[in-house]
Ligand binder design. Structure first.
Ligand code: F6P
Length: 544
């Protein structure tokens, strides 16, 4: 690719205007903004293929939006999107293409990439079919009924999220379990209830060098060997998904049982690739096709919609406004759906591993805030736990409310919507001192008590949020949702001038762990040495 755009946020005219606007918006309360502008929802909302994005509760004005869109234009975003889809090396540190859109067979990506994906897909479908028909059986001749997926990070979070989201509404062909943690407690709990003769393990690791996954795979091998005996053909119980076929074979997995992952699909973007195998096994290849179709629909929207009506671009620009210009401390994602309870964990990796960077493509430290800390959980549960900080803490955050709207909602579903809307409104409007006093007076408290308590009831408000409505949780809408956030990540990385597609930082911790485990003395600081000694002593101390 040509030397990537020379855009620097700090030299941008639009960014300069936005900085000035951020100072004035700080003096404007959202209450006033909303009260003065009845057409806000119409102006600040956008639809695409059944989804509705409402950003009328963001701290924005039409002028701010115009400048944010100007920022996207100035950054050469249109060229960036075209470069990514064309397979140019937008992963500029590793000099790699970024083609997760090809993994969902999006037509605007290179034919060679789609061909590679389609070829693997044919093998996957054939394998899934053999398992479903009972042709692929375990070593003792029994059908395979339980799939245990071993992976971590991008090789785990996507299938795990989708399995949890889909299992309440779709018939499941096979039981599905996931183990990611190197803490044996997780895999042991699965093995304790699994029948070895009917269990299929998927060892999912793009690099095939991840300690946690390989440890769990070894545990599974040993458990199988012990249960089925030395003569049993364990190759019938193990398949692998990896970009490192040689390492998977060296580990003992048969070549024909290894499904390749291309180098140009990043781990945290890989749920669309062969990493979807457990979902195909559990729910059927057609269900996985619907998921891919949802992703493709978002790709088509992203590639063609004008930025002012482009969901991922809008979400990305609002995130940049909040993190970079308003300096908000964090971003909370709150699905009002039990089925989407793991969406925040998935997005944590997607956003924080992608855009938790601070060096630009010239190797210079950036002088602006990049990805905020992302966290969250199911909204109604969080309301009774940590939302207090949102209302009255000293930190300022931005929020995504994600609401699937099912057909003919039950009273419980209506309560979910009601709670979500109440939270976003209350966070925006807050409660003034006068309102606090009035509430206390209405409770019959005397004047002294009202004066004493009222300040404690004040909620400053002005906490900005976006609400995303999706029609139900289906494979298609899940595809739309995940692709929406993926494109958001790309847009933000592009404008921040960082590489969203490497993860050199995590290597430091991995290397350090290897050196500590190997007992190496290099790089040992006094604090770590002290803790190691304490651990050794505690490990042999008597227990109570
Ligand atoms: O350590 C981070 C990471 O490399 C992630 O980027 C990745 O999704 C995860 O580990 C798992 O990696 P692999 O699929 O190679 O086992």
């Amino acid at each position: 690719m040509t030397d990537r755009h020379f855009f620097r946020l700090d030299q941008s005219r639009a960014a300069h205007a936005l900085r000035l606007r951020s100072a004035t918006i700080a003096a404007t309360g959202m209450r006033e903004a909303v009260a003065q502008d009845g057409g806000r929802v119409g102006r600040f909302s956008c639809r695409a293929d059944g989804l509705l994005l409402d950003y009328s509760k963001q701290r924005i004005t039409p002028e701010i939006m115009a400048d944010l869109l100007g920022l996207a234009d100035e950054s050469g975003l249109a060229d960036g999107i075209a470069a990514m889809l064309a397979g140019e090396a937008v992963n500029f540190t590793e000099k790699r293409a970024v083609l997760h859109c090809a993994a969902r067979l999006f037509e605007q990506t290179p034919a060679w990439a789609r061909h590679e994906i389609a070829t693997t897909r044919e093998r996957l479908v054939a394998f899934v079919d053999r398992v479903h028909r009972g042709d692929a059986r375990g070593a003792t001749g029994r059908p395979l009924r339980h799939v245990v997926h071993l992976g971590i990070g991008g090789s785990d979070l996507g299938p795990r999220l989708l399995a949890e989201a889909l299992s309440p509404s779709l018939p499941q062909r096979l039981e599905l379990s996931f183990a990611a943690n190197i803490d044996e407690t997780e895999i042991r709990a699965i093995l304790n209830r699994a029948d070895p003769a009917e269990t299929l393990f998927i060892v999912a690791s793009k690099s095939f060098s991840t300690a946690e996954t390989l440890f769990n795979a070894r545990t599974a091998f040993a458990w199988m060997r012990q249960a089925l005996g030395d003569g049993a053909d364990l190759s019938r119980h193990f398949v692998a998904i990896s970009n490192n076929v040689t390492a998977a074979e060296a580990f003992g997995i048969a070549g024909e049982a290894i499904f390749p992952m291309p180098e140009w699909v990043g781990g945290r973007f890989s749920v669309w690739s062969a990493i979807g195998l457990p979902l195909m096994l559990a729910f059927g290849a057609d269900v996985f096709d619907d998921f891919l179709a949802g992703g493709r629909s978002m790709d088509a929207h992203f590639a063609s919609a004008p930025f002012a009506a482009n969901l991922p671009v809008l979400v990305a620009l609002l995130g940049i406004w909040n993190a970079t210009f308003l300096g908000l401390d964090g971003h909370a994602v709150m699905p009002y759906s039990h089925r989407l309870r793991n969406l925040p964990s998935y997005l944590q990796q997607l956003e924080m591993e992608s855009n938790g960077k601070s060096v630009d493509h010239h190797g210079q430290l950036v002088a602006w805030q990049t990805a905020p800390i992302l966290f969250g959980g199911p909204g109604t549960v969080g309301q009774h736990a940590y939302h207090q900080l949102f209302y009255q803490g000293t930190r300022k955050l931005a929020f995504d409310f994600v609401l699937p709207i099912c057909r003919d909602p039950s009273p419980a579903s209506r309560s979910l919507f009601g709670n979500a809307l109440a939270q976003s409104a209350a966070l925006m409007l807050g409660r003034t001192l006068d309102e606090a006093r009035a509430e206390l007076q209405a409770r019959g408290l005397d004047q002294a008590e009202v004066a004493r308590l009222a300040p404690h009831l004040v909620c400053p408000g002005n906490q900005p949020s976006t609400t995303l409505l999706l029609p139900s949780v289906t494979p298609f809408t899940l595809g739309q949702l995940l692709a929406l956030y993926e494109h958001k990540v790309f847009v933000q990385g592009w404008i921040w001038g960082i590489n969203s597609f490497d993860q050199y930082g995590v290597e430091l911790g991995k290397n350090m762990a290897r050196s500590i485990e190997a007992g190496a003395d290099t790089n040992r600081d006094a604090s770590t040495v002290g803790l190691l000694e304490a651990i050794e002593a505690m490990a042999i101390a008597p227990r109570r």
